[in-house]
Design a protein around this ligand. Sequence first.
Ligand code: NAD
Ligand code: UGA
Length: 472
Amino acid sequence: MTKKIKKICCIGAGFVGGPTMAVIADKCPNIIVNVVDINKERIKNWNDKDLAKLPIFEPGLKEIIKRCRNKNLFFSSNVEEQISSADMIFISVNTPTKERGIGAGQASDLKWVEISAREISKFAKSGTIVVEKSTLPVKTAQTINNILKYSKNNEDDSNLKKKFTVLSNPEFLAEGTAINDLVNPDRVLIGGEDNEAINSLKELYLNWVDKDKILTTNLWSSELSKLIANALLAQRISSINSFSALCEATDADIKDVSLAVGLDKRIGKYFLNAGPGFGGSCFKKDILNLIYICNHYRLNEVSAYWQKVLDVNDWQQKRITTIIVDKLFGTISGKKLAIFGFAFKANTNDTRESPSKNICLELLEEGAHLSIYDPQVMNHQIAADLNMEERKLLSCDSKSGGWEKALCKEDAVKDSDAIIILTEWEEFKVIDWDLYSSLMRSPSWVFDTRYICNLKEAKNSGFNVWCVGYGK
Ligand code: NAD
Ligand code: UGA
């Protein structure tokens, strides 16, 4: 018989836990959804009356929070209490790359997953379904099961063990489109061995997802599919970025090439936009993890192949910095540069592994003065990422670089030598080139690393133009 789920607990109120649970609560009004996090500041922001203070910016999220919060969706730090009353627990904690010890720089750090499993083992009731929502190395369910195996129903009687079922249910949402991705997923993947538990999770999704889109596999295929999906997506970006350099060298145009090749159904049109390399918290981390796993199984050719995808990504970012310095007469020391965009992609305030951050760090190293405009990223985040406090540019000396946050695009552009477009925010697509040209020093440059500008218009207004993958 399928167990009816009445109460869910999600451990981790981050970029995945927050939006995913908000959508579940919205689509399943009869289920109580409790999202817990040890980060009290984050929980405070999730509960703030002022919806502008939500810790995550995602189009459509505010509206759902307004509808469901404190009705059937609750955010709290009562981890123990919410774990103990749940029928189903999602583990949605961070799984970053290990920084120290064995596997440092490659393997996933599963510390937070292990802590969650131990908490579940201690506080959850017998029969609770445990769902891996975090992205995990293949075989992690085994580790979680090994921890849960030692749980006891009664401290005095070690024979009275609790029973748990572990399922894998990886998340495929992309930031910036998370709500739409959750509401209309391409597929929902459930891995497991216990049909009853699988059906309980399936029933939850059937509240809004078509049954044909729900795929069930064994645990290991599910865990591994998530890593492989991210690797294949990242590989497409490295491929197109490698060709962007070839287009620049041969007077071809990467936009035409992407269109021409993408029209072949076997190739497909998505993820063929050349840019400053992929960012975000997952592609790099997940490929590193895949490399670590391949090395573990002595599949050295396979790991070398995927390492190249990461190498090309780094190379693209360094290549762009070099071009900027070259075009600006070989030195940017003391020059003001307008940076358009700091988030790793449009429609998010997330800066993890942002190509903009990496390129800004290199420009600062060259002594540039950066005036950074981004509609969503806060000053304190930029300061943390650049490891440097904000200083008004007038007070920067010309030897060491510095940065300030511009309140608007015009402030960033004024007296600058170049505009560098690093995030594809909608508002960067239409620019008053004549106005900007009059505000800037001559010769004025635009470096469009996302290929989103009207290059002809920019040239007509007197700009020198460099655009990724654009050969002329
Ligand atoms: P995140 O860092 O934004 O959120 C994780 C949260 O878990 C943090 O707020 C942290 O405080 C909390 N946490 C850690 N240990 C805890 C514990 N023991 N008890 C309670 N809370 C705890 O991370 P994220 O971006 O939401 O990613 C989470 C997982 O989902 C990762 O494995 C990631 O690879 C995967 N994923 C992320 C995305 C994405 O777009 N960000 C998409 C798909 C999958
Ligand atoms: C990605 C995947 O798309 C999700 O399916 C996955 O769930 C998620 O990782 C994860 O596991 O975390 P995300 O990183 O949020 O989602 O965003 P993407 O849209 O994939 O963009 C990643 C990076 O690639 C961004 O820096 C983006 O600008 C860049 N990109 C994307 C390109 O340079 N070109 C493209 O054509 C597409």
